[in-house]
Ligand binder design. Structure first.
Ligand code: UDP
Length: 349
């Protein structure tokens, strides 16, 4: 198969590209490097031949393989560049649409960019996919459940969002609209689609730059700086390992019964952020103190966080053979290893 991954140089996209290439599929990615990084796919460029580098290179012949080896092409551009995306869509069999503005910090600081990238990007992808009759897997987010308090969250639960003056909810709302549009393309136009709601996903290559908690804690612990817990630390999240998530995406994209459906992809094990900080400190052998910071100080006046976030994963289990395998302490250990191995500095990440 020939696969197109939008946002393929991002944290999850790069792991997905790697998994698909190792299964023998040809992979093309498009990424504007706004939050992704070419460093995330450097090893794929080196490992797989005839990789493209700029728009229009590396094309011709069978786009999925080069001499029997799966081929990796990359295009550094925005999904809003319609002629470029049209060509990439034309050459693929299936699209994983991961390109989006993500990360709470980015959303709070750049709401216009968040809304435009997420809504228009998905519009363009779906329109082109429909024209060329290509299947789409949309990566959505557990953020769409908003501040609902009934946990675990099931796919057909109500979404509980805050007021439109509070910037954070723009992200949930933009992704909810993406979901509506994707499902509408299935219902109205019979475009085969699958929607996944990703819960907090962690692993190597995730950057802390946009606020994500685990890489932040790990970097702070390794640097001997205070581990910053926002709010009272009693808010919870359920973390899943990127390898488990990628495995779910690949299986769902090839599951006929999954077409037109929405799935939670996550791990049902809940942990408080305070507890996460303690586990990171312990696993890294750090002397860092655990410091509480009020939300207002970090994200500005009136910031709302969600108190709990836990997926119900019974639906995905009913459709594919899938279980999250990597447990929290292993996830923490792998992220610590990643940041210990690389020569990062506070500014480089
Ligand atoms: N958080 C924290 N310290 C940090 C970064 C995040 O305490 O340095 C908290 C954040 O307020 C939230 C949780 O950790 O309650 C998860 O944050 P993240 O931005 O990773 O993902 P979210 O689930 O909020 O989208």
């Amino acid at each position: 198969m020939r696969v197109l991954i939008t946002g393929g140089a991002g944290f999850i996209g790069s792991h997905l590209a790697e998994a698909l290439l190792s299964q023998g599929h040809g992979v093309a990615i498009i990424d504007d490097l706004s939050t992704g990084s070419i460093e995330n796919v450097q090893h794929l460029k080196a490992r797989y031949p005839r990789s493209g580098g700029t728009v229009g290179t590396g094309r011709g012949g069978d786009p999925s393989t080069a001499g029997g080896t799966p081929r990796f092409d990359y295009t550094i551009d925005s999904v809003l560049n319609v002629p470029i995306l049209a060509e990439l869509v034309d050459q693929c069999d299936v699209i994983y649409h991961l390109a989006a503005a993500v990360g709470v910090r980015l959303i709070v600081e750049s709401p216009v960019r968040t809304i435009e990238t997420n809504v228009r990007g998905t519009e363009v992808v779906l329109e082109l996919a429909h024209k060329k009759k290509k299947k789409v897997l949309l990566a959505s987010t557990s953020e769409v459940y908003g501040k609902a308090t009934k946990v675990p969250f099931s796919e057909d639960d109500d979404l509980v969002l805050g007021p439109t003056v509070k910037g954070r909810w723009a992200y949930a709302c933009s992704k909810a609209l993406d979901e509506f549009l994707t499902i509408a393309y299935w219902k109205e136009k019979r475009l085969p689609v699958v929607v996944v709601r990703l819960f907090n996903t962690v692993g190597p290559r995730q950057t802390g730059r946009y606020g994500m908690v685990l890489p932040n804690f790990v970097k702070q612990a390794l640097a001997g700086k205070p581990i910053t817990v926002y709010g009272d630390g009693r808010q919870t999240r359920s973390f899943s390992y990127v390898g488990d998530v990628v495995n779910a995406l690949v299986q769902l994209a090839s599951c006929e019964r999954a077409v037109g459906q929405i799935f939670n992809v996550g791990n049902g094990v809940e942990v408080s952020i305070e507890d996460l900080a303690r586990r990171v400190k312990l696993a890294s052998g750090s002397d860092s103190e655990i410091q509480r910071l009020p939300y207002d100080q970090v994200y500005g006046e009136g910031f709302e966080d969600m108190p709990r976030r836990v997926p119900d994963i019974s639906k995905i289990r009913a459709y594919i053979e899938w279980e999250p395998r990597v447990q929290l302490d292993d996830m923490i250990r792998r992220v610590i290893e990643y940041y210990s191995d690389r020569s990062w500095s506070e500014n480089s990440d």
